[in-house]
Ligand binder design. Structure first.
Ligand SMILES: [Zn+2]
Length: 124
């Protein structure tokens, strides 16, 4: 599905997770927890840019993430899910399909079941 359409759907379904943000240090912690639990690899995480202005990015080939500073829980789930999908299904191209949406949902559910390890804070 086209990226724009995917984002719209994701944002609509998971709106509340867009308002939950964490510090960079905590974002790293959460990514590591997701990787351990869902058995995929994240080799490195960098932070650059501003939430709501810049994009975050998943480099599926090198298994690295570049997240905006103080990212939302949804961003963490989305970019981590790209690495998860590419490693689980050996995807050649990073894409925005139902499988990704499902993985994002699974990641969010898991994080919520852990109450986000009590580190996420709500923004307006
Ligand atoms: Zn994406």
């Amino acid at each position: 599905m086209p990226k724009i359409k995917y984002y719209a759907i994701e944002k609509q379904i998971y709106a509340k997770y867009n308002k939950l943000v964490v510090s960079n240090t905590d974002a790293k912690k959460i990514c590591r927890k997701l990787a351990r639990h869902f058995k995929f690899q994240i080799k490195a995480i960098k932070f650059k840019g501003k939430r709501g202005i810049n994009y975050s990015y998943a480099y599926t080939e090198s298994r690295r993430l570049r997240l905006v500073n103080e990212p939302s829980i949804l961003t963490i789930a989305h970019e981590s899910a790209h690495l998860f999908c590419s490693q689980k299904w050996y995807e050649k191209r990073k894409s925005h399909h139902k499988r990704l949406l499902k993985a994002v949902g699974k990641f969010l559910k898991y994080m919520e079941s852990k109450n986000f390890w009590n580190i996420a804070k709500v923004i307006l």
